[in-house]
Design a protein around this ligand. Structure first.
Ligand code: CTP
Length: 424
């Protein structure tokens, strides 16, 4: 493909060099169009050397070839990384005061932008409105990552990892009838993906069982992996619902707006929500860490120390996933439903983690099982993850996918494995 890589003036401009390299390694022809401010961060020579093409920031270079029209016309994909608040504002307004914005006005191909800025700028109503309008026009705008920003502050606003930008960009370009710059909301990126018309429900986070009005039994799941799966399903065009069990508010705030969120807390609430969706969901992904036990009785008032120890009586919770499998197999839920379990295992001296996961797949009877190795400090609350996806084969569990990287990257691979399973 002929790709234009727009780079604007942010500290994350250096990451665009990795995006450029990735695109070139896949054989694409890339023309880098930086803004003048971007060159303050990464110089022209770097872009020229890595792209093998001339680099200009202004419409007054190459005038005889009418570059400001030609580059946009010939482009099959425009990727802007990082996209500053200023670029989004200028693009929304149709201002064409440099080569990049002039190119955006003449391009008719898909445009993918990866914004990076401070959280306040990202959340400013002006930026929020600019992003909404550009999305309506068919732009794919990748949600910024959450984390440490340029100063001491942190929050949503980080440029996503280059591999995630690459993946989102190429997905937008390859989506059937990829959205072009039309002024119609039906051009939303997710409406053309491979899961278009498919209803996907993802559970995320960890359930909590109250001991008294202020205390609970819970677990360390942050909900990041489930949220990333919901975002990936929505990006693939699915009508997506996230059943969020005590998921961090920052994680929820970072979700694409087309993911519907239902918040739950206890296992009983999550089970009720799952069952309510089971009759219409084509895919249910149980990424939530479900408390296996709950206190036999939750105290009505705050419990007081009584001196000495405390013995709690716990009763077993229902196995939600097993219940979903049984309901599906009894023909009580959506026909052709795909059920996906998760297994976070540490392994034991007797049995390695992956074997426990394979046994769990067969015991639970799901179509797929995503195994997550959580030995040591891996996975919980971290941004990176490694998973292996199994399906039941003729000779036990059969590996169908393996993925390492950011939770967003891993999620795209898991969604791909689900699509493959549904078309098997
Ligand atoms: N799960 C569920 N209901 C439960 C427990 C787990 O639906 N009461 C789901 C989880 O969401 C996950 C899968 O089952 O998709 C495996 O969860 P896990 O906690 O690893 O397994 P358990 O069923 O608790 O089995 P074990 O205690 O033997 O590890």
């Amino acid at each position: 493909m002929r790709i234009v890589l727009g780079v604007t003036g942010g500290i994350a401009a250096y990451k665009a060099a990795h995006v450029l390299r990735g695109l070139r390694e896949q054989g694409h022809e890339v023309r880098v169009v930086p803004t003048e401010a971007a060159l303050t961060f990464v110089g022209r020579a770097t872009w020229e050397a890595l792209s093998g093409q001339p680099v200009s920031t202004t419409v007054f270079d190459g005038v005889e070839q009418v570059e400001h029209v030609r580059i946009g016309h010939e482009a099959e994909l425009v990727v802007i990384a990082p996209a500053t608040a200023d670029l989004l504002a200028r693009a929304r307004a149709g201002i064409a005061d440099d080569l990049l914005t002039a190119t955006l006005l003449t391009a008719t191909c898909p445009v993918v932008a990866a914004p990076a800025m401070h959280t306040q700028m990202w959340e400013n109503p002006a930026t929020v409105e600019n992003v909404a309008v550009l999305r309506e026009r068919g732009w794919t705008i990748i949600e910024p990552a959450v984390g440490r920003l340029t100063g001491a502050d942190s929050g949503p606003g980080r440029l996503p990892e280059p591999e995630d930008i690459l993946e989102a960009a190429l997905a937008a370009a390859h989506a059937p009838s990829a959205p072009v710059q039309q002024d119609t909301s039906s051009a939303e990126a997710g409406e053309t993906g491979p899961l278009h018309g498919t209803s996907v429900v993802v559970s995320a986070g960890g359930t909590r069982e109250p001991l008294d009005p202020v205390r609970f039994l819970g677990n360390r799941s942050s909900g990041k992996q489930g949220a990333a799966l919901a975002a990936a399903a929505a990006a693939a065009g699915a009508d997506t619902t996230l059943l969020a069990a005590n998921v961090d508010s920052a994680v929820l705030a970072d979700l694409p707006t087309n993911v519907q969120v239902d918040e739950v807390s206890t296992t009983a609430e999550l089970q009720a929500a799952c069952m309510a969706h089971a009759s219409t969901a084509d895919v249910i992904i149980m990424a939530a860490a479900v408390a296996d036990y709950r206190p036999a009785q939750a105290a009505e008032h705050k419990m007081k120390k009584s001196g000495g120890g405390l013995v709690l009586e716990l009763v077993e919770n229902p196995d939600i996933l097993r219940g979903l499998v049984e309901a599906r197999d009894a023909g009580l839920t959506r026909t052709g439903q795909t059920l996906v379990g998760f297994a976070a295992e540490t392994g034991s001296p007797e049995t390695p983690a992956h074997e426990l996961a394979q046994q769990k797949l067969l015991r639970k009877g799901t179509d797929l099982l995503v195994f997550n190795d959580v030995s040591g400090d891996r996975a919980f609350g971290q941004d990176d993850n490694t998973v292996v996806v199994y399906r039941p084969g003729d000779a036990g569990a059969q590996e169908v996918a393996r993925s390492t990287g950011s939770k967003a990257h891993v999620s795209h691979d898991v969604i791909r494995a689900i699509i493959a399973e549904r078309t098997r």
